[in-house]
Design a protein around this ligand. Structure first.
Ligand code: 2RA
Length: 350
């Protein structure tokens, strides 16, 4: 009989995109698909591949008979429940940060290291953070050809990286400033938000996001780094299998609803050319090369959102750094950055 797939967190921002992805596949290898969520969402009905399914409450019994369980839930929920799913015989594919850096949990991007799915002594496979993931297909392909040595990146992260709360906040802020002519005097965006009843303390972001950029994502770590920046460093090293990769990241939130972008400065062991890089990107099915600066064509979140490929453009050979490429990538942080990669890992298991 065909394997059973469970989706834990079926009603969240990523879970909702996951259901879109499952509904959009030409065919799926699964027999039963089971939707699991918090008791608050249990009983809701969601249509999956033409069948109306009732969401069941998270419990140990909910994993009985499940072959692969995908988790799109907060870290603490995954930390508690992924091992329970694994103990009941499921392979847990987890999109939280709970297990990513554990030595006995593989961190997988199918285009880069799908062979790692077999190395799962705890029955858990981790999906990377969306910021790291958005550039991995591109960097994996370049690394195979040229040997990656150093990576300097700046991210331009969408509000939906902070979940449904982030999306709601950006829309509310945008409505509060629209048509008001604010943004030319220090403090007036903050005033407009307060006047609209949007208190700063209710925001998932540490500063206004409308008409602004915020150089912060995640929580504070030693040395002034954000957790998000350290994830980019540590996860890139693990996925690419380069433990001593030199990485420096600056993570920035921008007023985009969905799709993370990164400006990447990548230094290689071997000589690189823009032409070779283009050929490599063109040969990678999950990458779309969008790079015609003369024609005003390059990747932007507005053109990428809702699709599966990572868009790559602005490819340049750094003028003052040998063996170095600068380029810009955009990837839908809820699709390839989260749900799609998790789903691709799940499919690779059956
Ligand atoms: C963010 N990467 O964009 C985080 C969430 N996974 O906030």
């Amino acid at each position: 009989s065909r394997p059973t797939l469970a989706l834990v967190g079926a009603t969240g921002a990523v879970g909702t995109v996951m259901i879109d992805i499952i509904n959009g596949r030409e065919s799926v290898p699964w027999g039963e698909i089971r939707l699991i969520a918090s008791p608050r969402s249990a009983g809701k009905r969601i249509t999956v591949r033409g069948e109306s399914l009732e969401v069941v409450a998270l419990s140990a019994e909910a994993f009985d008979g499940v072959d692969v369980a995908m988790f799109d839930v907060p870290d603490a929920v995954s930390a508690e429940w992924a091992p329970i799913a694994a103990a009941r015989g499921a392979v847990a594919v987890d999109n939280s940060g709970a297990f990513r850096m554990d030595d006995d949990v593989p961190l997988v991007v199918p285009e880069v290291n799908v062979d790692q799915v077999a190395n799962r002594p705890r029955g858990i496979i981790a999906n990377p953070n969306c910021t790291t993931l958005s550039m991995m297909a591109a960097l994996g392909a370049l690394h195979r050809a040229f040997g990656l040595r150093e990576l300097v990146v700046a991210s331009y992260q969408a509000a939906s990286g902070a979940g449904q709360d982030g999306i709601d906040r950006l829309y509310a802020e945008a409505a509060a400033v629209a048509g008001k002519g604010v943004g030319n005097r220090a403090g007036d965006v903050r005033e407009a938000l307060e006047a609209a009843g949007l208190s700063a303390s209710d925001s998932p972001f540490p500063a206004p996001l409308a008409f602004n950029v915020v150089p912060w994502a995640g929580s504070l770590r030693d040395g002034g780094w954000s957790s998000e920046e350290l994830k980019v460093r540590n996860e890139s090293r693990k996925i690419l299998g380069i433990p001593d990769l030199k990485v420096s990241a600056t993570c920035v939130r921008v007023p985009v609803v969905t799709t993370h972008s990164l400006a990447v400065h990548a230094v290689f062991a071997e000589e690189v050319t823009v032409e070779r890089a283009r050929e490599i990107f063109e040969a990678q099915p999950s990458i779309r090369l969008v790079d015609d600066a003369a024609g005003g064509v390059f990747p932007t979140p507005a053109d990428v959102v809702g699709g599966d490929p990572t868009y790559v453009g602005r490819i340049r050979q750094a003028l003052d750094f040998p063996n170095t490429l600068d380029f810009f990538v955009c990837g839908d942080n809820l699709r390839k950055g989260a749900a799609l990669n998790t789903y691709e890992i799940a499919e690779s298991l059956v």
